[in-house]
Design a protein around this ligand. Sequence first.
Ligand code: GRF
Length: 231
Amino acid sequence: MARAGAAADSRAHDVTQPRITVLISGRGSNLAALLEAEREARLGGTVATVVSNRADAPGLALALAQGARISVVDHRAHGSRDAFDAALAEVVDRSQPDLVVLAGFMRILGPAFVDRYAGRMLNVHPSLLPAYPGLDTHRRALADGVRIHGCTVHFVTADLDHGPIVGQAAVAVLPGDDEATLAARVLAAEHQLLPAAVRAFCTGKLAVDGRRVVVSGERTSAPRPLFVPAA
Ligand code: GRF
């Protein structure tokens, strides 16, 4: 069952700003990055509601501590994925989002849910897509010996982890890295990338052209090549 509005939002909202609903399942460090960006007026939108599929997600406490409104839609309380998706959509719709952000939301969403928020749902993924879609991205990157790894923010489509790419951030894989050290470096990059991508959406800078996202105002001069030599 959905438990909506478990806490009233105690923050002053700018009603002219796009409304963002953030879906989480766990720790919520990307959510924290979004809330921090909002506090510092560099998000371009306002986090209206945080929804988790787990009542024990640490990110919920974090949202509450920041005065955000929270809801829980427990996937275990629904007999099928479609039933869960429908309950989730009801709660998300109630928050009237301009943008839905999957920030560590660990459930696969069905086509009906994805279609409902087409063009206004972003996901942050811990790899440089299209490399390493799915789970265990850091372990797989280390096993392959890649020198460069990173994270991606993309529009969500029915094709899991393959929607149009909004932005990416690269990190070096360093000698001696293990999953934990690499994950921490990628996560720090996610915390920069996700608020920037959300801001680009909220300020109307993104246009989807087939599989590509055109970002207006994006720098067109070539950046310095990133070269990570063998250790
Ligand atoms: C992040 O690495 C995100 O890319 C992945 O799950 C992790 C969530 O971390 N989808 P957090 O809950 O935001 O701390």
